[in-house]
Design a protein around this ligand. Structure first.
Ligand SMILES: [Zn+2]
Length: 393
């Protein structure tokens, strides 16, 4: 089959074009089920290639949701059929494409600077609608990355040209350029004047100023190097607006200034921790008072508490075991989501109680003769019944 003429190679800014429909058939693969596979003699739609997501847009009245390339033939996936042999007008979703150009050109400058300063290669590039990530085969610190980020923005404000060239084999031998793989046939070089030369098939902005800004969003160790995510241009602006809105809401809720937000949240966390501690102590005292009203002559004791820390439950059980000869069992939780329990005894074997709870109520847990611990998915009423039965057996 004839290869598709790539109009975006010569003009990255071409948004509308006309072409002849070479073929149109129902898509056969599972991913494109219900769509039509349309091949044109030429196209301005950039396919999914080199880690970059494909363009979307329209071909006549049909919506183009995916574009793939195989053996230099580009297939457009549309929601309605087109007539083979007909002339069709195409329009790409420019906002998305221009954003991709901003991200991709920004990535070239970033990777070029990482290569020239540290000698690391970009071994994995991913540009989707949500994420722009680069994997480098060497480790960079946060400080290294901050330096690169600043230098990239310097390149953006210098507003230098980004050009495309097709060197001959002889010219190619004399050139040094970055490339992910050995390329057979004609090579396409993208040059950011003074910053980077890289073999690349994607559309780029004409001048670095159009990238607007590059912001590093995250840095993590990945394989033997690092994975870095970035945002450029409008996407960086969107992210800034989102973060600004979050911060504004937070300063409103905390009634504090932006600068004080972190201190304010840290203080709140400390206060909550202190209050929880005091609350536990009060709960413990209250429970102890309630249980002290049960005469020590009552050998076995069962008690329930809606919300109780395991440490408090254990403390109370231990205290009561000292006073009574039978089982002392404490249950924390409620009928709807079940109970966590701790039971102890000075003289009886707690494993007998565990057996009753397991057999009758499907309790989980384990322990020794002196103490058992676990959970039981049942109600207060049923647990009490089983406890009474275990006490009498
Ligand atoms: Zn590229």
């Amino acid at each position: 089959m004839e290869t598709t003429k790539r109009l975006f190679d010569d003009d990255a800014y071409l948004q509308e074009f006309t072409a002849t429909v070479v073929s149109c058939s129902e898509a056969q693969d599972e991913t494109h089920k219900g769509l039509y596979a349309v091949i044109l003699d030429r196209t301005a739609f950039f396919p999914e290639e080199g880690g970059q997501s494909p363009d979307t847009g329209r071909l006549g009245d049909a919506a183009v949701s995916d574009v793939q390339i195989k053996n230099d033939v580009i297939t457009h996936y549309t929601d309605r059929a087109l007539t083979a042999g007909a002339t069709v007008s195409g329009k790409i979703d420019w906002e998305k494409r221009f954003s991709n150009m901003q991200q991709h050109s920004g990535e070239h400058i970033f990777s070029g600077l990482v290569y020239s300063r540290f000698g690391y290669h970009n071994v994995g590039f991913h540009l989707s609608d949500h994420v722009v990530s680069m994997d480098f085969d060497g480790v960079l610190t946060a400080e290294d990355v901050a330096g690169i980020e600043k230098a990239v923005n310097g390149a953006i404000y210098a507003n230098v040209p980004i050009t495309v060239s097709y060197p001959t084999k002889e010219e190619e031998q004399k050139l040094t350029y970055r490339s992910k793989k050995e390329i057979e046939g004609q090579i396409r070089l993208v040059t950011v004047e003074g910053y980077d030369v890289c073999a690349c098939c994607a559309p780029h902005v004409h001048r670095t100023g159009e990238i607007g800004i590059l912001k590093v969003m995250s840095l993590q160790n990945y394989k033997k190097g690092v994975r870095i995510t970035i945002l450029c241009g409008y996407r960086a602006l969107d992210a800034f607006c989102t973060k600004n809105a979050i911060l504004s809401s937070l300063t409103g809720i905390l009634t504090t200034s932006e600068e004080e937000t972190v201190t304010s949240v840290a203080r709140l966390k400390d206060e909550v921790r202190d209050l929880k501690g005091r609350c536990n102590l009060l709960k413990q005292e209250l429970l102890q008072k309630r249980l002290s009203e049960v005469p020590a002559s009552q050998e076995d004791l069962i008690f329930f508490e809606e919300e109780i820390e395991t440490s408090v439950l254990r403390h109370i059980v231990n205290e009561e075991v000292k006073k009574r000869s039978g089982f002392v069992a404490g249950f924390g939780g409620n009928d709807a989501s079940g109970y966590a329990y701790i039971a102890g005894s000075a003289k009886k074997d707690c494993r007998d109680l565990l057996m009753h709870l397991q057999e009758a109520l499907g309790a989980k847990g384990g322990g020794k003769a002196e103490m058992i611990q676990g959970s039981v998915p049942s109600t207060k009423e049923k647990i009490t019944e089983v406890f009474e039965a275990a006490v009498c057996s």
